[in-house]
Ligand binder design. Structure first.
Ligand SMILES: C[S@@+](CC[C@H](N)C(=O)[O-])C[C@H]1O[C@@H](n2cnc3c(N)ncnc32)[C@H](O)[C@@H]1O
Length: 287
């Protein structure tokens, strides 16, 4: 019963196929889910009859997409760790690679059975890391910070959306300076997916990435500014034996390792590769 009769009036398959040369089927489905306010599966089992207005609305969404607007900004949401997150142009669209950070922290804490772990999520953006960690580990205490007020508003909305407003605390400020008003800012884990693109590579990014906030991408001249500050200052905010987990960009492993080893207070614990076999997460312990 999955395939519907396609003869006669325009149906959802007509819209799915209409721009099949220009956008992927997945993106077409995401836009149609948004347009019809339904689940992906509904597209295939419910009967949608397409009138002129709906077709024109769909055409206008497609035209935004073809101009380079990511589908997540058009629909205002994305999925991360199986959870729905609100996204706007004020926040980076969470990437699947970043789920590695969340999974590693969850797995490690469940093995070590750390009671009420305190976690700091620096550069929280949409709050995707902080909110999913809090959801996965209800006993954790999570603090999340960002320099962008607009991003923090989205992060707070995401915490509220998942009923976690009382479990994740948000502070605005430049990296660790945001913690000036936090009570007892000492953590078992500091996690961060910082901006790490080299300044002079920003203009070569894909048009979709260029629609994301520059403050979320620009890692300074060599892309490593944030790692330097974190390596220099994090010891003040870490419990003894605490860990730092960082997402890194392509080809940054050696440089980040050198930055941290120059302080002689960190040991490198693990480097985790992503699904393309690229080193993506670096884990340091404070010794
Ligand atoms: C790469 S995005 C990461 C967003 C989110 N954590 C994720 O993983 O998708 C980096 C974030 O760092 C924030 N940011 C940039 N400069 C900052 C600074 N100096 N202090 C704190 N946050 C900063 C940006 O606003 C942005 O939200």
């Amino acid at each position: 019963m999955l395939l519907k009769n396609r003869v006669g009036k325009k149906d959802i398959f007509y819209l799915i196929d209409k721009y099949s040369c220009a956008i992927s089927r997945v993106e077409a489905e995401m836009l149609l889910e948004y347009l019809f306010n339904c689940e992906r599966l509904d597209l295939y089992i419910r009967d949608f009859s397409i009138n002129k207005t709906m077709e024109e609305l769909y055409d206008s969404l497609i035209s935004r997409r073809l101009k380079g607007e990511p589908v997540q900004y058009i629909t205002g949401c994305t999925e991360f760790m199986g959870l729905d997150f609100i996204v706007t142009k004020d926040v980076l669209i969470p990437r699947p690679e970043t789920e590695l950070l969340v999974n590693v922290i969850r797995d490690t804490l469940s093995v070590t059975q750390t009671k009420n772990p305190k976690i700091l999520d620096l550069c929280t953006g949409s709050g995707n890391i902080a909110v999913s960690l809090s959801k996965l580990m209800p006993q954790s205490e999570i603090v999340a910070t960002d320099m962008s007020e607009a991003a923090l508003k989205i992060a707070e909305k995401n915490a509220a959306r998942h009923n976690l407003s009382d479990r994740v605390r948000f502070y605005k400020g430049d990296l660790f300076n945001a913690l000036i008003f936090a009570k007892n800012p000492k953590f078992d884990i500091i996690v961060c997916n910082p901006p790490y693109i080299k300044e002079d590579e920003l203009s070569y990014l894909q048009k979709e990435v260029k629609t994301e906030p520059e403050i979320a991408l620009n890692g300074g001249k060599d892309g490593l500014d944030f790692y330097r500050i974190i390596a220099k200052e994090s010891y003040r905010y870490l419990e003894k034996g605490g860990s730092i987990l960082l997402e890194i960009g392509f080809g940054q492993k050696k440089d980040v390792e050198n930055i941290f080893s120059s302080y002689s207070i960190f040991e490198i614990c693990r480097v985790i590769k992503d699904f393309n076999n690229i080193p993506r997460v670096m884990w340091f312990n404070l010794i």
